[in-house]
Design a protein around this ligand. Structure first.
Ligand code: ZN
Length: 203
């Protein structure tokens, strides 16, 4: 058997990382009904380039929801970024819900600037109308232009006071995997508010 054949055989025998992640964190993936196990959030279909992002998200979710029944119901790619859905099987405190939303927002923001194939720093491309986030090596189609000052801006739900929330514009810091506050008078934020006003009031 050649080295190549050996590598292929090992690759076939190796478990998919998505399956490994589900088995590593059954608390947020797997439920059992009448002795039959099922995982509504698996299989998920995002590319290998987002492996680190999904893994980090699941670890954050597992830690944040320890002691509560929270289930991932879907992880997928949508319009060039991660889409994550979850449900709580019993009421969870507001601070837990905030931690879940924060973990999702961070994963989505990171996916929006990480190549879905290899994980490198990426931009949004349109290939015949289909959006995907890719590095120059894996890009197909044309790059979607981003207005100056609006790079890595995201609409993030921010909780205020008694648990109500507002949508806020924040910048994602890829180096430190966090959101940073931005000057509300910067050009990017002004453009963002203009777009938001236009969306909510199309007239
Ligand atoms: Zn790539």
């Amino acid at each position: 058997m050649t080295n190549r054949d050996e590598r292929l055989k090992q690759g076939a025998m190796r478990k998919d990382w998505r399956q490994e992640l589900v088995e590593l964190h059954p608390e947020v993936f797997v439920r059992t009904y009448r002795s039959v196990s099922f995982a509504p959030g698996h299989p998920f279909t995002c590319g290998d380039g987002w492996r680190e992002i999904v893994t980090r998200f699941v670890e954050r979710l597992s830690t944040a929801t320890s002691g509560y029944a929270v289930l991932i119901t879907q992880i997928r790619e949508a319009h060039g970024r991660l889409a994550i859905h979850w449900r709580a099987e019993a009421a969870v405190p507001t601070n837990i819900e905030r931690a879940i939303e924060e973990a999702i927002a961070l994963a989505q923001a990171r996916s929006a600037c990480s190549c879905i194939d290899c994980g490198a720093t990426a931009s949004l491309f349109s290939n015949g109308g289909r959006l995907h986030t890719a590095c120059p090596d894996h890009a197909q189609g044309v790059q979607v232009p981003v207005p100056p000052g609006m790079e890595n801006l995201h609409a993030v739900r921010k909780f205020v006071g008694d648990g109500s929330s507002i949508i806020e514009c924040r910048r994602y810091d890829r180096l430190y995997d966090r959101f940073v506050d931005i000057d509300p008078n910067s050009a990017g934020v002004r453009s963002w508010h203009e777009i938001l006003a236009h969306v909510s009031d199309p007239s």
